[in-house]
Design a protein around this ligand. Structure first.
Ligand SMILES: Nc1ncnc2c1ncn2[C@@H]1O[C@H](COP(=O)(O)OP(=O)(O)OP(=O)(O)O)[C@@H](O)[C@H]1O
Ligand SMILES: [Mg+2]
Length: 400
């Protein structure tokens, strides 16, 4: 393995896809190809020849250690591409190099080795075996590899720990939530210690909050393990959040490849622009989406009570409200200690010139304020009641 890695560094690119084409329908391929070369559309080709153009002349390179995201509308060819990377789909034409070996020329033995050692896939539908428990699913690939039981279980437990499933090793798959199932899928894929992880819309069946957690965890895992990831999504936000490089597909063709910044700065055409605009619309994350629960005290509470609450919450400031939860100000530890010593009430020591924001304010407007503010910003409803707080950290982590 080490030898391979060292050899690979001679070449920055772990995967190179050259002029990949995949046509479905055996009859009129020559005619279909001729039409495609003339620049006719996928629909026209299908109508006139009965051939479905799943991929047409697709070329791209994946750098070692990067997250390469493929995005496009349904039917644009994303799954077809990723499934050619492990030869689940055989291309009609073109070449795929993995560390300079042409995998489309591999015989059965080489292909098996390649799938076992180099590349693992995580599916949208999880693809777990329901008759095996969590551990049984994760050890599966290691069994095939022929690892001894003790060794494979040790490795599997390590992976389960890494994806946050310690303690669930003997749970049944049926008892797990969607997010947990996908963690099992990821642990199973990682257990083989592949160089490349292929992920075909792995998070699209998950609810938005779980999805956000999983995106974050995938990024931390990927950085820690330095794996190369090829990731498919139809969600531009997910693509931009995860991707070092993003490739956008339409009707079997690759339209643009670049970093998220390059793509936002100069979209290749209207199709790309529309995708990016849809990101801007949905990117309207508000204070409400990222706020945390503050330590709350009433203005009539004693300084002692406020100090205890702050201590319990492990924080150094409390948010002061009236009986109707209307926000009044902030009292910090120092002020509360002073009040206790001088036998004052909280009312006399809390500060009022602090930053507040409406619950519906978008993150981009909060960021500059959060960066400057001494305390986390109080989030208020229209009637002035306190509903949460946002810190600089909570805003920034929501954008990751
Ligand atoms: N086995 C097959 N036989 C015939 N046509 C196929 C087959 N598999 C895929 N196609 C066609 O190839 C094209 C690309 O399909 P693909 O599954 O790669 O799209 P996708 O981008 O992954 O879409 P989705 O977002 O819906 O998963 C589509 O037009 C599809 O109908
Ligand atoms: Mg697909």
């Amino acid at each position: 393995m080490a030898e391979n890695k060292a050899a690979g560094y001679k070449n920055d690119y772990i995967i190179q896809v050259n002029h990949l084409t995949k046509l479905y329908g055996a009859a009129n391929r020559t005619e279909a190809s001729r039409m495609m070369k003339e620049g006719r559309s996928k629909e026209e080709v299908l109508r006139e020849t009965g051939v479905t153009v799943a991929l047409w002349d697709v070329s791209f390179k994946v750098k070692r250690g990067e997250v390469f995201v493929i995005i496009g509308l349904s039917g644009s060819g994303k799954s077809t591409v990723i499934r050619t990377l492990n030869m689940l789909n055989r291309p009609t034409a073109g070449q795929i190099l993995f560390e300079d070996s042409a995998i489309d020329t591999f015989g059965k033995k080489d292909l098996n080795e390649y799938r076992r050692d180099k590349i693992s896939m995580v599916f949208q539908s999880f693809g777990l075996m329901s008759h095996r428990d969590v551990l049984g699913n994760v050890v599966y690939g290691l069994e095939i590899k022929g690892l001894a039981r003790v060794e494979r279980e040790r490795k599997a437990m390590e992976m389960l720990d890494m994806v946050g499933l310690k303690g669930y090793e003997h749970a049944s798959i049926a008892s797990l939530s969607g997010g947990m199932r996908q963690r099992v899928g990821i642990a199973r894929a990682l257990a083989n210690d592949p160089e490349v992880l292929l992920m075909d819309e792995p998070f699209s069946a998950l609810d938005p909050l779980v999805r956000k957690d999983m995106q974050f965890e995938l990024l931390s895992l990927q950085r820690k393990l330095e794996k190369t990831v090829v990731f498919i999504t139809h969600d531009i936000n997910e693509a931009f959040k995860l991707g070092d490089t993003v490739a956008i597909m339409r009707d079997g063709r690759l339209i643009q490849v670049g970093t998220p910044e390059e793509m936002s700065a100069s979209p290749a055409d209207d199709y790309v622009r529309e995708f990016i605009d849809s990101a801007d619309k949905t990117k309207v994350l508000c204070a409400r989406h990222v706020m945390l629960t503050p330590c709350v005290v009433r203005e009539t509470d004693s300084p002692d009570y406020a100090l205890r609450e702050m201590k319990n919450g492990g924080v150094s400031s409390a948010y002061v409200v009236d009986r109707h939860m209307k926000f009044l100000g902030i009292v910090n530890v120092e002020a509360a200690i002073r009040a206790r010593k001088e036998r004052k009430s909280l009312k006399e020591v809390y500060v009022t010139d602090v930053a507040t924001t409406a619950a519906d304010t978008v993150i981009s407007d909060i960021l500059p304020v959060a960066a400057e503010a001494k305390y986390p910003i109080a989030v208020l409803e229209n009637d002035g009641s306190l509903v949460g707080i946002v810190s600089k950290a909570s805003v920034l982590s929501s954008l990751m």
